[in-house]
Design a protein. Sequence first.
Length: 260
Amino acid sequence: MMRIDEGHDVWLSARTARHRVRVGALATAVAAALVGCSVAGGPGGEAGAADPSSAPSTAAPTATGDAGAATDSSTSAAGPTTAVTDPSSWATYRSERYDLTVGYPPGWTVEPAVRDWTWEQDARTPTPEGMEGFSSPEGDIFVTVFSVPFDQEKETREDVLAWAQDYCEAGTEPCTDLEDRALELCVEKRDCHPGLLVPFATDVQAFFTGGHYNGQLVVASVWRNDSNITVQQRYGSFQTLLEGFLATMDVWPAPTGASR
């Protein structure tokens, strides 16, 4: 969402801090295990340091201009990994809170919501607590999903657009030309219930309702944009990444020329 206040940074910092806590705990456990190995020795039981020549080579990531991101030297600039571009290989998460199922790429971490999303608490300053979250292995990309009750009689593109416009304007930055930027989505290919995918300044978000999601409006978001070349190499684009998540929810780009 296009925001210039500190809310977006606070939200990202909260997610990043939680990721770093997990990474720090893992590093401590690994260090303890290595110490134990050096004392107990190898398979023969003899104590001693490991042979450096037998250790795998690990290239240090190179920082980029986007805070929190890093260049993975094992990633080819030729394009995104198959695991990301083929959602059929993804794991599945069932959200009892929001009554929906969503897939996520191998190696990603699920961070469940701890309460329902509310307009009063979350529209102006997004926080992790009200969203089902998924974080990349590098901890620099976050995808969230939540839903709100939605009148089934308002299952039209115009009603979805109106909700998205109000949601955008809850922030501190004007949301102009939202309709022109919005790309059509279909919930269920055959029935094509309405949805919109909108690229913003700092993220990409999708809004949809109907079909599997009768009585609710679902918001799915990728909390980064395509300014980071490293992320482009890993995932192609954030729109591509979000479309992968949406495909696991039976939400698809509308056919070319679909009625607006």
